[in-house]
Write a protein that binds this ligand. Structure first.
Ligand SMILES: [Zn+2]
Length: 266
C-alpha cells in the first residue's frame, strides 16, 4: 500500500510520503519512521480524525502509533511546512483550522487565473520525461482510490504532486513556486472526505494529461479550467452542507471544531 511506480525510469518504488519528504528536503531521520509517522498523521488530519484546531498530543500519539516522539515531531514539522499543523511555543502543535468559505473562494479564483495558463505552457514546453511522470502519477492515482483513510490521504498528496508537476512543466519558475506555495490540496481534501471527489478528479486529470500528451495548449488550458471549476463546485456543495449543520445543528464542541469564518490561521 502506498507504493507508486515511477513510469519514466527504473527507480525503486516510492511512497507519496517519501516523495513529499524528498521535495521538502528533510530526509534527516531513519526515513521509514518519519514516513510512517507522517503518513499516519497526514491521514488523521486530512480525514479530520484530528479535528481542525485541535491540540496534537505528541506523547499520546507516540503511544498510539508505537513510534518514539522524535520522528513524530519531525513529521509534524513537515506538516507545518504544508500548513496543516502549526506550533505554539511552549504548548505544542495544533491542527490547522479549515479554510473559511471566503478563503476557499479566493483560492479557487487564484488557481483559475494561474493553472489553466500553466497547463497551456506545459503543453508546449514540457519535456517527454515530465509528461511521462505525469501520466504515471495519474495512473497511480486511479489505482489508489480505494476507500481507506490512508489511501485517501495518499490520493490528496498525489493530486498535489500532479498539479505541482504541471506547474513545473510550464517552464516558468514563478508559476511553479506560486502554485506550490498555495498548499491548496491538503486543505481542500479535508473538506471532501466521504465524497466521490476522487473518482471525478481521476477522470478530469485524465483529460488534462491527454491534452498535454497531445501537446495541445488550448485543450490543456480548457481541461485544467474545467477540472478546477468542477472541484470548486464539489467544494461548494460541502461548504453549504457544513454551513447548514453549523447553523441549525448542535453547538461546536469545545476546543474542537470552530464555526467557520471566525477563526483564521495563517
Ligand atoms: Zn486535481
Amino acid at each position: 500500500m502506498g507504493l507508486i511506480h515511477m513510469a519514466a525510469n527504473n527507480q525503486e518504488p516510492l511512497s507519496f510520503a517519501r516523495l513529499v519528504a524528498r521535495e521538502e528536503r528533510r530526509p534527516t531521520y531513519p526515513q521509514s519512521l518519519v514516513e510512517l509517522a507522517y503518513e499516519q498523521l497526514l491521514s488523521m488530519l486530512v480525514t479530520m480524525k484530528i479535528a481542525p484546531g485541535a491540540h496534537i498530543g505528541i506523547e499520546a500519539l507516540a503511544r498510539q502509533l508505537d513510534i518514539s516522539q522524535t520522528p513524530i515531531r519531525e513529521a509534524l514539522t513537515l506538516l507545518e511546512a504544508q500548513k496543516l499543523a502549526y506550533k505554539i511555543p511552549n504548548v505544542g502543535f495544533r491542527a490547522a483550522e479549515l479554510l473559511t468559505r471566503q478563503e476557499v473562494h479566493d483560492l479557487f479564483d487564484l488557481r483559475l487565473l494561474i493553472e489553466p495558463a500553466a497547463a497551456a505552457f506545459a503543453a508546449q514546453k514540457a519535456d517527454d520525461a515530465a509528461l511521462q511522470r505525469l501520466a504515471g502519477l495519474a495512473g497511480d492515482m486511479s489505482d489508489a482510490q480505494t476507500g481507506n483513510e490512508l489511501a485517501y490521504a495518499q490520493f490528496a498528496e498525489g493530486d498535489a504532486r500532479l498539479h505541482h508537476l504541471v506547474a513545473a512543466a510550464s517552464g516558468n519558475r514563478f508559476i511553479a513556486e506560486t502554485v506550490e506555495g498555495l498548499h491548496a490540496h491538503l486543505h481542500i481534501f479535508r473538506f471532501l472526505f466521504r465524497t466521490n471527489a476522487t473518482t471525478k478528479a481521476v477522470q478530469e486529470h485524465e483529460a488534462i494529461i491527454k491534452a498535454l500528451l497531445a501537446r495541445d495548449p488550448a485543450a490543456a488550458e480548457r481541461a485544467m479550467r474545467e477540472h478546477l471549476k468542477a472541484s470548486r463546485a464539489r467544494m461548494n456543495v460541502v461548504l453549504e452542507e457544513l454551513e447548514r449543520t453549523t447553523e441549525t445543528g448542535p453547538a461546536p464542541e469545545a476546543g474542537g471544531r470552530t464555526r467557520r469564518g471566525r477563526t483564521r490561521r495563517r
